[in-house]
Design a protein around this ligand. Structure first.
Ligand code: P6P
Length: 355
């Protein structure tokens, strides 16, 4: 059986672009090399390698930095930074962008990444991943400006993610379909395993942290209540699946359908997830797979960010399910919530035994 490698696939796709210079293929190759190095480290974690645990540092997001976070950020930044294909790199882990100086022969692309998403799951052997996004430098002159770093979501030219899970998978789109590759650890090569992924128009799974229920708006609560009700005619109740690693929850949603949600709430007024490093790249992928990504009010890909670490609410997955979420959020009391029984305090007297 013919096995297509990731680089062969990217080269074939790039050849479809008139005037392609091969620079995009080179960049994708460097991303692949960095992901193999991180995959090796993630899979060694815990075997005598002092790579687990915290560094004792706090990143720009106010989150504790794990050793693997730092390793992944350094690996991608170093390898992509010396690839001569990018002029700037922004990372969820770095407060400011890395600008490639003129003497290091900067390229025409801007590389954005969450180097290791889901790092709170590292120590419990749950899937974690890298998310990346590629834009073209659009400002005039050699200087990198905000015009380059704060582009609208649909100006991406490619996006992808790597999942370091039961197997290491590399999923990407350059606007010509979403394609998945699985790493053959014996050969150290990614081979095409999921060509042209398409998400079902409607799913039967919802993915959200229900521990936040009390800090959601009423409309959000009503929507979740609706999904839980029994009605076979509308494919309900939906099943709840929540891993707590965005890349893993997204990958399942992409393959099986359904909806992943990280709403705004009274704690995270703009949601928790980042536009540039999570919502925009996954929104670019889901659109090419036939799904949708929304803030609950507007398309993710229509957003022009005002700052690099901007957060947004995220509703992403099957078109039918994202459309329905938007309808609920726009229609207060569309579905009157059944008042829950008075919660038990545990101090109630035991009921007298009848008979
Ligand atoms: P919560 C992981 O820390 C992350 O950034 C995403 O990967 C994940 O979807 C989300 O946060 C989980 O957040 O509040 O449910 O723990």
């Amino acid at each position: 059986m013919e096995r297509t490698t990731l680089v062969q696939h990217v080269r074939q796709q790039e050849r479809m672009n008139p005037g392609a210079t091969g620079e995009f293929t080179s960049l994708m190759n460097e991303i692949m090399v960095a992901s193999k190095i991180v995959s090796l480290e993630v899979n060694k974690a815990g075997i005598g390698e002092d790579i687990l645990g915290l560094t004792g540092k706090i990143n720009v997001q106010g989150e504790e930095v794990q050793k693997l976070d730092e390793f992944a950020d350094m690996t991608f930044t170093k390898i992509i930074g010396q690839s001569e294909t990018v002029c700037a790199i922004t990372s969820e882990e770095l407060e400011y962008p890395v600008i490639i100086p003129p003497d290091r022969n900067p390229g025409k692309y801007i590389f954005m990444m969450d180097p290791l998403d889901g790092s709170s799951n590292i120590d419990v052997n749950v899937g974690i991943g890298t998310i990346f996004s590629i834009y073209r430098k659009i400002s005039k002159g050699i200087k990198v400006t905000d015009e380059d770093l704060l582009q609208r979501g649909d100006q991406q030219i490619a996006a992808g993610y790597v999942i370091y899970g039961s197997s290491t998978m590399f999923v990407y789109t350059s606007g010509k379909g979403v394609h998945g590759f699985t790493l053959d650890p014996a050969l150290g090569e990614f081979f095409l395993s999921h060509p042209n992924i398409k998400i079902p128009k409607q799913g039967s799974t919802y993915s959200i942290n229900e521990g936040n229920t009390e800090i959601w708006c009423e409309e959000q609560k009503n929507f979740i209540q609706y999904l839980k009700e029994k009605d076979p005619a509308t494919n309900r109740p939906y099943r709840l699946r929540y891993i707590g690693t965005l890349v893993s929850d997204f990958h399942r949603t992409l393959l099986k359908g359904g909806i992943f949600m990280y709403p705004r709430d009274t704690t995270n007024k703009n949601g928790k997830l980042r536009f540039a490093f999570e919502a925009a790249p996954l929104g670019f992928i889901i659109k090419d797979a036939g799904g949708r990504a929304s803030t609950g009010e507007k398309n993710i890909l229509d957003i022009v960010p005002t700052e690099i670490h901007q957060r947004v609410p995220l509703y992403i997955g099957s078109t039918h399910d994202v459309d329905l979420a938007e309808k609920y959020l726009a229609t207060p009391s569309l579905h009157v919530e059944k008042k829950p029984a008075t919660p038990l305090t545990g101090k109630e007297k035991p009921a007298t035994q009848e008979g």
